[in-house]
Design a protein around this ligand. Sequence first.
Ligand code: COA
Ligand code: MG
Length: 295
Amino acid sequence: MSVRSLLFVPGDSPRKLDKGMASGADALIVDLEDSVAPERKAEARAGALAFLAEAAAAAGRPRLVVRVNGLDTGLIDADLDAVVAGRPDAIMLPKAEGGASLLHLDAKLAVREAQNGLPDGAIAILAIATETAAALFLAGSYAGASPRLSGLTWGAEDLSVELASETNRDAEGRFTAPYVLARNICLAAAASARVQAIDTVYVDFRNEAGLRREAEEARRDGFSAKMAIHPAQVAVINEVFTPAPAAIAQAQAVIAAFAAAPEAGVVGIGGVMFDRPHLERAKQTLARARSAGLG
Ligand code: COA
Ligand code: MG
């Protein structure tokens, strides 16, 4: 599952769920966790299931992800009992702490897939890898833990509570050092697990320039998607994470040059050296272009 934009929608808001379907997001994250008050969890579960049942059949629909409550909340079993019947494409696990937490969720999903007559492994996992201090030290353990893992993302809000930071952004709106560390750990963890690295949300949702800057910096560093909290953020994110025509042309030129010289480890194009890592990057670019519907 390769996506560019993932829009959070509170699970207890049918109106926003409908709006999410029309937002152009590649994926919707129906939230049962932080955006839903404790006394509305049951309503959100029922709303999420009703939404999944209806949205599944929509033509050209976004991927449907449900963010459940964390493994230590006492809420996750009831969340999964409610939503697996609606066969979401993926479950997002907040406050994940490495490969052990993936195994835990994997087992919970396998039981419910069997109970609902779904193929084993039908539901993927996206994990939020940096929401606790301990999680930062466990991020290297995702690789190989569960074949369900299809993406890693990170979060700065819960982490700032754990770290007791006064703020997580500076006066210019850039993340402060501990949160840049968390971001970079997520990027490396995703690369080592060979899954998509998904950048965190930009909460200042009327600031389009700030969102664009943060998304472009994420793409520059290796993230291939970003989460959104408001429909107005989706078009910017899709644009930033869709390979530009020049990037696609460049990737095609690199692939063509290596195809013309199959024995070569290195080629020159227009006075610049390209070696095997560049070939891999070119293939990644074209794969992303294809999943964005280009080429
Ligand atoms: N998904 C779908 N629709 C959304 C939306 C979202 N995430 N956020 C806003 N909208 C809709 C609103 O319902 C509104 O439509 P309406 O007037 O027809 O009802 C329209 O977009 C414009 O919304 P706006 O007035 O600009 O924002 P708001 O004050 O209503 O909502 C938030 C602001 C932050 C409460 C809202 O964007 C939101 O709920 N975001 C998701 C929060 C979340 O899930 N957080 C957890 C992850 S960090
Ligand atoms: Mg949170």
